[in-house]
Write a new protein. Structure first.
Length: 286
C-alpha cells in the first residue's frame, strides 16, 4: 500500500531592515551627507592648526625689533686742529643744541629770527650775550645744556643774534693748541669732551645704558635741567605719571610735541629714534 505524502515547502520569514519608516530614511540620508562633511572640516582644522605660529612668535618678533632700535653707545672725538678746523659752525651748534628752545621761543627764549625779541639783547653787546650763553640765564642752563668750546658757543651766539638784526663779527679760533680751550675757566683742551661725558653719565648710569646721541644733541637741553616744565631725567616723581602712560603714548607726545616742546623736540629724527630716546629717559627715571 503506497501512501502519497504531500510536502508543502516552508516559506522563509521576511528579513526586517534597519529603516522601517520614511522618517528613518530621511535621517539616514542626512547622516550620510553630514558625517563626511564633518570629517572634512575636522581634517582641514587639524592641518591649519599645524601651520599656526607658536605662542611666543609675536613676542619674539617684537623683541627682535626692540633689539634693532636699541640705542648703542657713541663716542665723539673732538680733536683740536689749528685754525679751528675741528670746531663746529654757529649754525651747527644752533641745530644741535639751541633750536629746541630758540627755534620755538620756549621758556621765554628769544625766537630765532625774531628781531623784536632780539633787539634789547643785541643792545647789551656780544660779550654780554656770550656770558649769558656760557653761564646760563633764567631757564637756560649753561651752554643750553651742551658741552662746547667758547669759540663754538660764541659762533652760535653770533649766528642767532645776526639773524635777529645784529652785525656781530664771528669769533675766530685761537691759533695753536688753544683752539679747543674750555669756555669759562681755561681748563685743558679735553675739558669739553669730559664735560659731555659727565653730563650724560648720571642718567646713563641710572638707565644702565649709554645715552642715545639724540638725547645729548636735542633732549638734554631741557630734560637735563627741567627747563620749561620738561620732566628732569632721573626725577622719579616728575616721571611717575608719565611712565604710567606707557612708552607708546609718550612717544606719540614727543613726535607731535606737547606744551613748550616742539614736535620731536625740534629735531628731524625718525620715529624709531624718538621712541629709543623716550625709552632711555623713562628707564633712567624709574
Amino acid at each position: 500500500m503506497t501512501s502519497n505524502s504531500h510536502h508543502t515547502p516552508d516559506h522563509e520569514a521576511p528579513h526586517d531592515g534597519p529603516i522601517k519608516t520614511p522618517k528613518q530614511l530621511i535621517w539616514a540620508v542626512l547622516f550620510a551627507f553630514l558625517i563626511p562633511i564633518l570629517g572634512i572640516i575636522l581634517l582641514v582644522t587639524y592641518v591649519g592648526a599645524g601651520k599656526k605660529p607658536g605662542a611666543g612668535t609675536d613676542f619674539m618678533a617684537e623683541e627682535a625689533v626692540a633689539r634693532r632700535i636699541q640705542p648703542v653707545g657713541t663716542v665723539e672725538i673732538r680733536q683740536a686742529v689749528a685754525g679751528g678746523g675741528a670746531l663746529k659752525t654757529g649754525e651747527q651748534v644752533f641745530q644741535a643744541q639751541c633750536a629746541a628752545c630758540h627755534g620755538t621761543g620756549a621758556a621765554g627764549a628769544p625766537k630765532f629770527g625774531d628781531e623784536g625779541a632780539w633787539a634789547a639783547r643785541i643792545k647789551n653787546g656780544y660779550e654780554a650775550l656770550l656770558a649769558s650763553a656760557l653761564k646760563g640765564k633764567n631757564a637756560m642752563p649753561p651752554q643750553g645744556g651742551g658741552a662746547f668750546s667758547e669759540v663754538e658757543i660764541g659762533r652760535a651766539v653770533v649766528y642767532m643774534a645776526n639773524k635777529g638784526g645784529a652785525k656781530f663779527e664771528e669769533p675766530k679760533a685761537p691759533a695753536g693748541a688753544a683752539t679747543a680751550a674750555a669756555p669759562t675757566d681755561a681748563a685743558p683742551a679735553a675739558a669739553p669732551a669730559a664735560a659731555a661725558t659727565t653730563t650724560a653719565a648720571a642718567p646713563a648710569a641710572a638707565a644702565g645704558a649709554a645715552a642715545p646721541a639724540l638725547y645729548t644733541q636735542t633732549c638734554q637741553a631741557c630734560h637735563a635741567a627741567g627747563v620749561a616744565g620738561a620732566p628732569k631725567v632721573g626725577d622719579k616723581a616728575a616721571w611717575a605719571p608719565r611712565v604710567a602712560q606707557g612708552i607708546d603714548a609718550l612717544t606719540a607726545n614727543a613726535i607731535k610735541g606737547k606744551g613748550a616742546m616742539p614736535p620731536k623736540g625740534g629735531s628731524a629724527a625718525p620715529d624709531a629714534d624718538i621712541k629709543a630716546v623716550v625709552t632711555y629717559m623713562v628707564n633712567a627715571s624709574k
